[in-house]
Design a protein around this ligand. Structure first.
Ligand code: PBG
Length: 336
């Protein structure tokens, strides 16, 4: 009924047809925005399911190459490598910078099989330490404090081993102070001035990392210890901006906010403050929640995944790390 006082401005007019809806869409998602995080294990033709991450597998390098080639065909931007170290965990994480270690070998193999997909390596010690922390521990301290500068020295060696293998980006995820500047200087000194740094700048001490710690086998080693002496307090936003400002000043090429969906406010703030490429990590717990709800028939995994990914774009992400990268890339390819 057209009674006086009815709205003259009707927002729904422009939502009536697909052509206006399509025309007005403010943000888009493409495979070029996606980073696929993968878990690498030693051996040949080895593949292991991860109970808390249905659809995600630990893979040996040969199998990974087949999947990476598929990802590259879809136009996926990058692959983020995470090692699963089965035997060589030590207090000082010496394996982390072995030039013949799992990650350097995976980088070389991937760069020769799929040169057009960016290879991003994780710079942090947690897969390699017997205690599961991202850095070296002060054994004399009853609180077993994670030492900053001693850790950075090891991170530098780790980043150099990745750059030498041909990594496109090294991605320090450890949250030690000063590591971006130290890694940048070391890379430049060694002639790796084209190696980019994706800094996990706003990384929160989140419980959404639980399934990841199962996947890399660091949860048992970590036990009851937490990462709150280096990762950000989940209640803080200004402090995240300060972390980002430091990493920008130290030479980061890209920043990261992590986790994703509970931290969209941080993502939007970081993008607005720094006007530079920002990545967001839809972490293991976010993926596990979607999968668990879908397994119960409570949510549609594919649709919810795409909705979450476009939300990251809307909030300002240039790149999104998601365990659903291949699912999303396939959906994008079939909708064209
Ligand atoms: C640690 C690291 C973590 C993740 C990536 N690198 C977990 C942690 O801080 O314990 C989490 C990723 C995820 O949950 O998907 N260097």
């Amino acid at each position: 009924m057209n009674t006086p006082g009815y709205p003259t401005i009707r927002m729904r007019r422009m939502r009536r047809d697909a052509f206006t809806r399509n025309m007005m869409r403010e943000h888009s998602l493409s495979a070029a925005n996606l980073i696929w995080p993968v878990f690498v294990i030693e051996g040949e033709r080895r593949i292991q399911a991860i109970a808390s991450m249905p659809g995600v597998e630990r893979m040996s390098i040969d199998l990974l190459i087949e999947r990476a080639t598929e990802a590259a065909k879809f136009g996926v931007f990058g692959i983020a490598l995470f090692p699963v170290i089965e035997t060589a965990k030590t207090p000082l994480a010496e394996e982390a910078y072995s030039t013949t270690g799992l990650i350097p070998r995976a980088v070389k193999a991937l760069k020769s099989a799929a040169p057009n997909i960016a290879i991003i390596t994780d710079v942090a010690l947690d897969p390699y330490t017997s205690h599961g922390q991202d850095g070296l521990i002060d054994e004399r301290d009853p609180a077993r404090y994670v030492m900053n500068d001693e850790t950075v020295d090891v991170l530098i060696k780790q980043a150099l081993s990745h750059a030498a293998a041909g990594a496109d980006f090294v991605a320090p995820s450890d949250m030690m102070d000063g590591r971006i500047g130290a890694v940048r200087a070391a890379l430049d000194d060694a002639g790796f001035f084209q190696t980019k740094i994706l800094a996990y700048s706003a990384k929160f001490a989140s419980c959404f990392y639980g399934p990841f710690r199962d996947a890399v086998g660091s949860s048992a080693n970590l036990g009851k210890s937490s990462k709150e002496t280096y990762q950000l307090d989940v209640a803080n936003s200004d402090e995240a901006i300060r972390e980002c400002a430091l990493d920008v000043a130290e030479g980061a090429d890209m920043l990261m906010v992590k986790p994703g969906m509970p931290y969209l406010d941080i993502l939007a703030r970081v993008r607005n403050e720094f006007k530079m490429p920002v990545a967001v990590y839809q972490v293991s717990g976010e993926y596990a929640m979607l999968k668990a709800a879908a397994a119960n028939g409570w949510l549609d995994y594919d649709k919810c995944l795409m909705e979450a990914l476009i939300a990251f774009r809307r909030a300002g992400a240039s790149a999104i790390l998601t365990y659903g990268a291949i699912d999303a890339a396939r959906a994008l390819a079939s909708s064209r």
